[in-house]
Design a protein around this ligand. Structure first.
Ligand code: HEM
Length: 538
């Protein structure tokens, strides 16, 4: 056997490095036959017709014709890097997850993205940013598939196609690229007012980050940590950037989108190339795992709500360092497949209805995006733990499975192999009690308040940040053609705060509508403006 290529995740791919780096002694066809010439098609005479029998020509062009795979249905535009996660051990009394044990180092791959733009869109548009991390742990792969905004637009995954259809370019004219500057987006978020909180974060400076290196990340949903003794704790995951949180101002974002549409991608690559490795602390907010799954009156299953950090401080559990750039964008950034259901023992889900839909959606979409069910075999997606599954065949199968009995128990391939017991590292779902109830299609009452936390966010802003928010709403709403949409959007703002509504109404030259719900009695949270602050876990 010849020399082997090492995959992005450090695993041997069985490929010849000369071939994969087009630097071997001879150029060959895909079948390994040496070529003597490659710049001319085979013709009947130098001015005659090209011959169909030219296999090299047909093979080269056919392969080129199929080079593209579908872009992600959302988060199509991204940039990624490799790194390492070193745990402090501070979470080890909360979770048996080995990678969160004392001083454990785990290789990671992190992909940042915008949500709505297509693969070739500009980096500095106003949008949410994805922050997805693949931890290649010794117990299997754990993916933390988060965003740079701690809340989401909707409370139930059944509306995900709707909110994305509203935000993506219009089906008739395919404009605009960036989020929000159009009628359908504002129509949706003013009719589905649970989107108010996320939209307000988008319209704040958080919607135009200075750099991926200067963004927070959030797991958004509440997760459940499971300790060695079976004890459980509800948590929200946070990434805190060592460089602090910084944003562009709108004029900068617009100029940069024109002058260097790859600004964030370049910034990440150049920083790592220069040895200025970006770092984030992973932290958790912890909540007692009570049957109600609420904390200080906040429903922990509602992904449109945060828990203010003054009520539940973020406690650091480890450090992420991105220290290596990708070598091949397609093989790594494009082919990586994250999934919120990639969990390891010690980390479990909760009944957040948005998370439930995500658990279905990612695998489903990746089967079509990555051409079949075997994408876990792609180098970037291979676990660093041994894989011994009974999945067989299918499109793009590259494993050569042996044996005849991929089922268990069996009496042919050595009997009854490998089922781990409860104490041997198996993933065991937490035996959470399911509430007995009738089947219903409805949200709980505790999901009902759509304006209290937006008001909290608005009141915690500095005067400059408020000016930016008013300017952002004014700019984006001014792009709507429909007067009724603008007016309904203003009513939403009236329900958040009169100053916000008046500022935007003045900018749009429209009357100020009355609020339709009483203002929530909220206390501005000082912790929201103390970005980067963390508290020890004890
Ligand atoms: C992709 C985050 C909600 C469906 C992504 C990515 C991120 C992300 C970061 C990009 C992954 C990458 O870099 O490859 C989130 C967060 C959500 C959320 C934080 C809410 C808290 C949803 C929901 C659905 C959904 C509710 C569907 C029901 C998808 C799909 C992709 C995606 C289909 C493309 C995956 C692929 O092609 O590989 N999401 N998402 N997301 N998300 Fe979500």
């Amino acid at each position: 056997s010849g020399p082997e290529t090492v995959s992005p995740t450090g695993q041997a791919t069985g490929e010849d490095p000369a071939r994969s780096a087009q630097s071997g002694a001879y150029l060959t066809t895909a079948q390994g036959v040496r070529l003597y010439e490659s710049d001319h098609s085979l013709k009947a005479g130098s001015r005659g017709p090209v011959l169909l029998q030219d296999h090299h020509l047909r093979e080269k062009i056919t392969h080129f014709d199929h080079e593209r795979i579908p872009e992600r249905v959302v988060h199509a535009r991204g940039a990624a890097a490799h790194g390492v996660f070193r745990s402090y051990g501070t979470a080890s009394r909360l979770t048996k997850a080995a990678f969160l044990g004392d001083d454990v180092e785990t290789p990671v791959f992190v992909r940042f993205s915008t949500v709505l733009g297509s693969r070739g869109s500009a980096d500095t548009v106003r949008d949410t940013r994805g922050f997805a991390t693949k931890f290649y742990t010794e117990e299997g792969t754990f993916d933390l598939v988060g965003n740079n905004i701690p809340v989401f637009f909707i409370q139930d995954a059944v509306k995900f196609p709707d909110v994305i259809h509203a935000g993506k370019p219009h089906p008739d004219r395919e404009i605009p690229q960036a989020q929000s500057a159009h009628d359908t987006f504002w129509d949706f978020v003013s009719l589905h007012t649970e989107a108010t909180h996320h939209t307000l974060w988008n319209m704040s400076d958080r919607g135009i980050p200075r750099s991926f290196r200067m963004m927070e990340g959030f797991g958004v949903h509440t997760f459940r940590l499971v300790a060695q003794d079976g004890g459980t704790t509800l948590v929200k995951f946070h990434w805190k950037p060592r460089l602090g949180v910084h944003s562009l101002v709108w004029e900068e974002a617009q100029l940069v989108a024109g002058m260097d549409p790859d600004f964030h991608r370049r910034d990440l690559f150049d920083a790592i190339e220069a040895g200025a490795y970006p770092e984030w602390e992973l932290g958790v907010q912890t909540f007692p795992d009570t049957p109600e799954q609420t904390f200080e009156g906040i429903d922990l299953l509602d992904p449109t709500k945060i828990v203010p950090e003054e009520l539940a401080p973020v406690q650091p559990v480890g450090l992420l360092t991105l220290n290596a750039n990708t070598k091949n964008f397609f093989a790594e950034t494009e082919q990586v497949a994250f999934h919120p259901g990639h969990l390891v023992p010690g980390i479990d889900i909760t009944d957040d209805p948005l998370l439930a839909g995500r658990l279905f959606s990612y695998l489903d979409t990746q089967i079509s995006r990555l051409g079949g069910p075997n994408f876990a075999q792609l180098p970037i997606n291979r676990p660093h733990a041994p894989v011994n599954d009974m999945l067989r065949d299918g499109m793009h199968q590259t494993a050569v499975h042996t044996g005849v009995a991929p089922y268990r128990p069996n009496s042919l391939d050595g009997g009854c192999p490998f089922l781990a017991g409860a104490d041997t590292g198996a993933y065991i779902e937490t035996p959470v009690q399911i509430p007995t109830s009738n089947k219903v299609r409805e949200a709980p009452q505790s999901f009902g308040d759509h304006f209290g936390q937006p008001r909290l966010f608005w009141l915690s802003m500095t005067p400059t940040e408020r000016e930016h928010i008013i300017a952002a709403y004014t700019f984006e709403l001014s792009k709507c053609y429909e007067q009724a949409v603008k007016e309904r959007a203003l009513t939403v703002l009236a329900n958040i705060d009169p100053v916000l509504c008046e500022g935007v109404a003045a900018g749009l030259g429209l009357p100020v509508p009355p609020a339709t719900v009483p203002f929530a009695d909220v206390r501005p949270s000082p912790a929201l403006s103390q970005l980067g602050a963390t508290w020890p876990l004890d």
